[in-house]
Design a protein around this ligand. Structure first.
Ligand code: PRP
Ligand code: URA
Length: 223
């Protein structure tokens, strides 16, 4: 799958830390998601499909162990995933990515972080946390379609670190440069995966061109 490693815009460390997943099928699906006329039911199914496509890239360095398997004809060597993977969607909109990830990672465990962005201050407010045991040494993949100011992602990752998580990745569909910069400063070791790096935020903190309010589009709450 074609990917581009973009140079970090700021923050510590010398390794590029933003991966742009730039596959033709993802570009097509992102266009459907951006389209204001796409109804919630189609939005949800397209988001799930994009999430599965992204999951391949995000997990391309998972460790596997050799196992023996008996085919109908003879014994051979196969593989099982030896890393423990924990998916952590940020409620609400992150839930839209979980189905696509668990489809290709059925052994993953799932935690939840409830956060919403205050409409006036744009600061994240947390209201729910539930994580599986043994966050360390698992690979923890935080899911949220939108990285806007970066406040929600930063706060979610800080909460996970306080509970012991060490190997953390952040997956979004659309990122704004402002959010990428904030994450690079606050959590420079966390790799960010996105399908698009958009232009900027508007005054209300929405990504331009973006796709609007992801939670409302998934759950139909603006209709
Ligand atoms: C959206 C989105 C992110 C957050 C991104 O959630 O799903 O969690 O905004 O913005 P930020 O980078 O500026 O923090 P929202 O706060 O709208 O909550 P919701 O998913 O419950 O609608
Ligand atoms: N949250 C969203 O859902 N969309 C944006 O554009 C910014 C934050």
């Amino acid at each position: 799958m074609p990917t581009k490693r973009l140079k970090k815009r700021s923050g510590a460390g010398s390794k590029p830390r933003l991966t742009l997943i730039d596959h033709p099928l993802i570009r097509r699906d992102l266009t459907l998601l951006r389209d204001r006329s796409t109804p919630s039911n189609i939005f949800r199914s397209v988001l799930r499909r994009v999430a599965s496509l992204m999951a391949y890239q995000v997990t391309d360095d998972l460790n596997v162990r050799r196992i023996s398997v008996m085919t109908p004809l003879e014994k051979t060597t196969g593989f099982s995933v030896s890393d423990s993977v924990i998916l952590v969607p940020i409620l609400r909109a992150g839930l839209g990515l979980v189905g696509g990830f668990v489809e290709v990672l059925p052994e993953a465990r799932v935690g939840h972080i409830g956060l919403y962005r205050d409409e006036v201050t744009l600061k994240p407010v947390d209201y729910y946390l539930k994580f599986p045991r043994r966050l360390r040494p698992a690979l923890v993949i935080v899911l949220d379609p939108m990285l806007a100011t970066g406040g929600s992602a930063t706060s979610a990752i800080t909460l996970l670190r306080e509970k012991g998580a060490e190997r953390i990745r952040f997956v979004c569909l659309v990122a704004a440069p402002e959010g990428v910069d904030l994450l690079a400063r606050t959590h420079p070791d966390v790799r960010v995966y996105t399908c698009a790096l958009d232009r900027r935020l508007n005054k209300q903190g929405y990504i331009l061109p973006g796709l609007g309010d992801a939670g409302d589009r998934i759950f139909g709450t603006a209709e």
